[in-house]
Design a protein around this ligand. Sequence first.
Ligand code: NAP
Length: 323
Amino acid sequence: MSDNGPIVDRLALIGVGLIGSSIARAAREQGVVKEIVATARSEATRKRVVELGIADKVVATNAEAAKGADVVIVSIPVGQSGPAAKEIAPHLKPGAIVSDVGSVKGSVVKDMAPHLPKNVHFVPAHPVAGTEHSGPDAGFAELFVNRWCILTPPPATDKQAVERLAAFWRALGANVETMSPEHHDLVLAVTSHLPHLIAYTIVGTADELSEVTKSEVLQFSAGGFRDFTRIAASDPTMWRDVFLANKDAVLEMLGRFSEDLSTLTRAMRAGDGETLFEHFTRTRAIRRGIVNIGQDSAAPDFGRPHPAKPTVSIPRPYAADDD
Ligand code: NAP
C-alpha cells in the first residue's frame, strides 16, 4: 500500500493483456488508484475484463478510456502505440500523465510523442517483468514485485510527473530506474531481445527436423531445449513488433554474438579445448554472480517447483524471459 493512500485518482488502461491486467490487479491490491477505466481492442477481451472484475469501468474505445484520466498507461504491442497516441490525444485531460509499458523505448517515443498535446506529461516506461503468457487471464498482482521498471522520460519532462509515476510503480512492488531510450534499447537488446531471437531460431530449427520433433526432441526436452521452448512460446505479435522496433540495437548485438559464436566454432573445429574451457569458466562465473546478488535462485532446474500459477518474488532485473 502506498504510504499516503491513492497516488492516482483515475487510471486508464489502454490494453488489458498480461501487463495491463497485472497493473490493474496490483494497483487495486495496493490501493494506489481510486478508479480504473480499461479498454481493449476486441469485444471479447473487454467482455472478459468485465467478467474478471479487475476494472471499475470497461469502455469500448481508447478515446473514451482516456477522457478525464489522471494517468493513462498504454499496454499494447509497440507497433500500435503511435495510432493509439493519436486516438487518445484530443481527449486527454490537461496535466495528465501518459505512459506505456512497451519493451522498446526509442520507437515508442518517436511514434507517440508527436501526437501528444503539450499540456500533458509523457513518461514512457518499461516494466522488465513478464511471462510467455498473454491476455487478461494471464496477469497477476505480484508480477512486478522486485522487478525493475525503467522510465525513459525526455529530458525536459516535469520532475513531479516522473516522480509520481515512479511512486506508482514502486507501490506495485517494482524498483525504478531512469535512463535514456537509446540506452534502454541497447541493454534490453542483449538481455532480452537477442535471447528471444535465439530461442525462436533454435526451436524453429528443431521443428524443421520434423521427424525428430515428433519424437526425440519432445521426449528429451528436459535439457536446455525446454527452456528455449518456453521463451519461444512468447506472443508472436508482441515480439514481431519488438524486433521491428529495436532493429538497430538487436542487429548490433547479433553481430557481436555471431563473432563470438565463430570464435567458439573455430575452437571446436581446431580441437582447442582450452579456449572452450576458459569461455565456459567465465560464463559460469557470470551465472554465480547473478545468483550471489539475488537475481535468481541457485536451485537446480529440476529442483524448482512447477507452479500452476506463476510465483514471483525473486528479483531478476533484465533476465532473458522478462521482456
Ligand atoms: P497481451 O497480453 O497480448 O495484451 C495486449 C492487449 O492490448 C490486449 O488487451 C489487446 O486487446 C490490446 N490491444 C492491442 N492493440 C490494441 C489497440 N490498438 N487498442 C487498444 N487495445 C489494443 O500483451 P502484453 O504481454 O500485455 O504486452 C503489452 C505490452 O507490454 C507490449 O508493448 C510489450 O512489449 C510490453 N511488455 C510485455 C511483457 C511480456 O512479457 N509480455 C513484459 C514487459 C512489457 P485484444 O485482446 O482485444 O486484442
